[in-house]
Design a protein around this ligand. Structure first.
Ligand SMILES: Nc1ncnc2c1ncn2[C@@H]1O[C@H](COP(=O)(O)OP(=O)(O)OP(=O)(O)O)[C@@H](O)[C@H]1O
Ligand SMILES: [Mg+2]
Length: 261
C-alpha cells in the first residue's frame, strides 16, 4: 500500500509546553491507522494539526504526496481529509438530514439552501446533494431518522450522525476522534462495523479511541503517543507485546486498563 499521510518532526507547543513533540509517522492508503495514548497525550492536537485548525510550531505534514502545512481547514477538507469531533459538532436545532447537508456544501457548485430557490440547474444540484446525504445516512443506519430533530437523537445515533456529516465531503481520509466514547456495548460494536464499512468503501481511516477492544479489532496499524511523543508503532499484535507500551500503560487509570484484556 502507498504512503498516504506522513508527518516529519511535527511539533506543536502551547506557551512553551509541547503537546506534540518531534513526531514522525506515516499511514498507508486504505488502512485503518489508530492513534492511542493516555488523556492529554496530544491525540486531538494531532488531528487539529492535520486538519489545519492549528499550525505546527515546526515540522512537515504531507498528504497524498503534497505538503499541507499552512493550508486553511476548508482547503484541507477539499483535498480529501474530513473528521469527526470528540464532542459531536451537530447543530441541535436542525434535522438529521440538514446536519448531513452541511457537510455537502464544499462539493456543490451552488450552495444547497440558496439552490432551493433559484434556477432549475441549481434545483437539480440540490436534489443530487440531498440524495447523497440520504445515502450517507443510510450507510450510517440513520435514514429512517432523516426528518427528526437532531436534539431528539440518542447519543449513539448522534455519534453516527457525526460520521454521516463527515462523509458528506467525500473524504479520502477520515479522522475519527473517539467515535465510541460514551457508547454502550451494542452501540460500540455498531460503530466498529461502521468503521470497517468505511474502509471497505476505499476511505482510509485514522482513529483515536480509548476503547482498546475496538481499536485492536479494527486497526491495521497503531501509533502510541506518550506525552506528545512517539512511543511505538506496529500491528495490534506487536503493540500488545511491546515492552515500552506495556511499561507506559501500567499504573494508568481504569480508562486505559483494557489494553491487554
Ligand atoms: N488550545 C490549547 N491551548 C493550550 N493547551 C492546549 C491546547 N490544546 C491542547 N492543549 C494541551 O495539549 C495537551 C494535549 O491535549 P489533547 O487534547 O491533544 O490530548 P488528547 O490526547 O486528545 O486527550 P484526551 O484523550 O483526553 O482527549 C494537553 O496538555 C492540553 O492541555
Ligand atoms: Mg482528545
Amino acid at each position: 500500500m502507498d504512503l498516504f499521510l506522513e508527518t516529519q518532526n511535527l511539533t506543536k507547543t502551547f506557551g512553551g509546553v509541547a503537546a506534540i513533540f518531534n513526531l514522525s509517522f506515516a499511514t498507508r492508503k486504505g488502512s485503518v491507522y489508530s492513534v492511542i495514548g493516555p488523556n492529554g497525550a496530544g491525540k486531538t492536537t494531532l488531528f487539529n494539526l492535520l486538519t489545519g485548525i492549528y499550525k505546527p510550531t515546526s515540522g512537515a505534514i504531507r498528504f497524498a504526496g503534497s505538503s499541507i502545512v499552512g493550508q486553511p481547514p476548508h482547503k484541507i477538507s477539499r483535498l480529501g481529509i474530513s473528521r469527526t469531533f470528540q464532542t459531536p459538532q451537530i447543530f441541535l436545532n436542525m434535522t438529521v438530514l440538514e446536519n448531513t447537508l452541511v457537510g455537502c456544501h464544499s462539493h456543490g457548485t451552488s450552495g444547497f439552501f440558496s439552490a432551493a430557490i433559484s434556477s432549475p440547474q441549481s434545483r437539480r444540484e440540490a436534489a443530487r446533494l440531498k440524495e447523497q446525504a440520504m445515502e450517507n445516512l443510510r450507510f450510517c443506519g440513520l435514514d429512517h431518522l432523516a426528518q427528526r430533530d437532531s436534539d431528539a437523537l440518542p447519543y449513539g445515533e448522534l455519534k453516527r450522525l457525526e460520521v454521516a456529516r463527515a462523509l458528506s465531503t467525500k473524504p479520502k481520509l477520515l479522522l475519527m476522534d473517539e467515535p465510541a466514547a460514551g457508547l454502550n456495548d451494542s452501540e460500540t460494536s455498531k460503530m466498529g462495523e461502521l468503521i470497517q464499512g468505511i474502509q471497505k468503501l476505499g476511505i482510509s481511516v485514522m482513529l483515536v479511541e480509548h476503547n482498546m477492544a475496538l481499536v485492536m479489532a479494527v486497526s491495521d496499524e497503531l501509533l502510541v503517543l506518550n506525552y506528545g511523543e512517539y512511543l511505538a508503532e506496529g500491528t495490534p499484535e506487536q503493540i500488545q507485546k511491546n515492552q515500552k507500551v506495556i511499561d507506559a500503560y501500567l499504573g494508568m487509570g481504569d480508562e486505559n486498563d483494557d489494553l491487554f484484556d
